[in-house]
Each structure stands twice: as C-alpha cells, then as structure tokens.
Design a protein around this ligand. Structure first.
Ligand SMILES: C[S@@+](CC[C@H](N)C(=O)[O-])C[C@H]1O[C@@H](n2cnc3c(N)ncnc32)[C@H](O)[C@@H]1O
Length: 277
C-alpha cells in the first residue's frame, strides 16, 4: 500500500477509511521522524535515477526499457482484464512495474528469488523480463517464489493492500499472471521462514532477491540475513514497503552496503571488499 494510494482512498468517500487508522498514521509518522531521508525518497526518489546509479547505465536506457514494456500491449491488457474480472477495478502499469521489468532486462539474472506473491503483479513483471531475456537469446532465467497464500488478510502483510486484502475467492497466489509467462516460474507454497533454507540449499546462483512477504522487523531481517551469504558479488537485494520499519536500513548499515530507494522500494547491491563490478 503506498501513501499515494491512501491519499486517493481518503478522497474517495465510497472507499473504506479503515486504512486511515491511528496505528497506520503513527507508524509512518514515527518513521518520518526517525528517518527523513527515506521518507523524502518515498515521494521524490526517481526510478530512473536509482536505475542508473545501480547499473551504471544512463537514464535513457531505463526510458527505452519502459517503452519496450509498453510496446507489448498484450501484457498489460491481460493484467487489466483479469484485474477487472477478479477485483472489479481498473489496472495500469506504474513506476514499480516498469522498474522491476527494466532491472531484469538489464541484469539478465539466471535466478530471481522472491517472497510474497499475493495477486502476482510484481511476479508478472519479473516473469515478463525473464521471458523477454529468453526471447532475445540473452539468458534462460527462472523465478523462484515463496508465498503463504492470503486466503484471509494477513496482518503486517496484506492488510494495507489497496483493493483487496486477501485473494479473490477461489483464486490462488499469482492468479493475475498470464499463462504464457508461467513456464519459467517455480512457486513454493508456505512460510518463507520454513522454506527459504531449503530453497537456498538448492539455489546458489541468485542474482536478485526480492522481499514482499511479511513486513515485520524480525521477518524482514530474517529473510535478508538468510539470503545475504548466498548472494554473489554484485547481486541485488531488494525490498518492498521499506518504510514499514527499519529492518532494511539496519541491514545495509550492518553490512556496510549502499542503499537506494524510491517510492516504497529499498535496494542494495552486495559488494564484497570494495571489489570492482
Ligand atoms: C504485500 S503482499 C505481496 C504483493 C505482491 N508482491 C504483488 O505484487 O501483488 C504479501 C504476500 O506475502 C504473503 N505472506 C505473508 N506472510 C508470509 C510468510 N511468512 N511467508 C511467505 N509469504 C507470506 C501474503 O500472503 C501475500 O501473498
């Protein structure tokens, strides 16, 4: 759930005002006071600037990849149709989707690991990037996801999602993902605390880890610390809802890494002993 969404929701008298509860406001106010830099980056951080800083490529490269995603209207249209059918709301791509797609198209990962699928919008963007990387012959990648299905709302995870706080009735995690993207997707159902160790035992070549499951401090820190040793020099570690607590900031500080942020994302690259990339 983004702050922008909350403002929009609060303006819409037909929408529930449950998101504007005291707990929600006080948590963000606390965050603002304790960490103004991230709060600033939430509103003023730009995906193209972060993309360029992370990849050492000009911002123009990001714009080109954004256009590339737009040039395939079928992808957006499928997400849109399913969103209208299952949630009765419209859908269009936003900066989050463009960024995830562009990053995958640029770093061309052979393995992406993600926790927290829910409806599957971000998962679809990763898979679309992997699909296009395969189609242009650059790499045969795959996405491994872990998700504890939200058949009912899960506190500190889905309760602030903008439209539905649980999966639509009768649907499974990732219901929005177009069928043609599913070949390179491995979904593991369960708690990431239980499943991460066994997945990490098998997968040693993860170029991008993305957290979007349970946003408590201890759970986020658990995932970051569990995955970090397996990441290679130059690999990316990313989180959504970075502003829910201080886990990401504390984590990057502990490991002496640089952190980047825009909107609700926190991103870092694992750099070992200042070695060049
Ligand atoms: C914020 S939503 C993810 C949104 C998703 N990235 C998207 O683009 O639609 C969080 C997801 O993590 C799942 N989840 C919650 N606790 C979890 C846990 N302990 N392990 C794995 N997944 C969990 C929830 O059921 C939900 O599907």
């Amino acid at each position: 759930m983004s702050l922008t969404n909350v403002i929009l929701i609060s303006k819409n008298k037909n929408m529930s005002t449950k998101f504007l509860n005291i707990k929600w406001i006080s948590r963000r106010l606390r965050y603002l006071i304790l960490n103004p830099r991230y709060f600033y980056l939430y509103f003023y951080g730009k995906p193209e600037t972060v993309f360029s800083a992370l990849t050492d490529l000009p911002e123009g490269h990001y714009y080109k990849l954004r256009e590339e995603l737009d040039s395939d209207p079928n992808f957006t249209e499928e997400l849109r149709k399913k969103t209208i059918k299952f949630m009765n709301v419209d859908f269009s791509l936003n900066m989050d989707h463009y960024f995830l797609y562009s990053l995958v198209r640029t770093i061309k990962p052979s393995v992406i690991l993600e926790t927290g699928v829910f409806h599957g919008y971000y998962t679809a963007c990763f898979l679309k990037g992997i699909y296009d990387n395969y189609r242009d012959g650059s790499v045969e990648g795959k996405l491994i996801s872990i998700d504890l299905p939200a058949y009912e709302s899960i506190s500190e995870s889905t309760t602030e999602s903008p439209h539905m706080t649980h999966l639509p009735s009768g649907s499974e995690p990732g219901w929005v993902i177009p069928d043609y993207l599913r070949d390179r997707w491995q979904l593991n159902i369960g708690d990431s605390r239980e499943l991460l160790p066994e997945v990490l035992e098998r997968e040693k070549n993860i170029s991008l880890f993305f957290h979007d499951s349970l946003h408590t401090y201890s759970h986020m820190m658990y995932e970051f610390e569990k995955v970090y040793p397996v990441l290679n020099h130059g690999s990316y570690l990313m989180t959504h809802d970075v502003h829910w607590n201080h886990a990401f900031r504390h984590f990057v500080k502990r490991h002496g890494q640089k952190d980047f942020s825009f909107h609700g994302f926190g991103i870092s690259r694992k750099i070992i002993n200042n070695l060049p990339l």
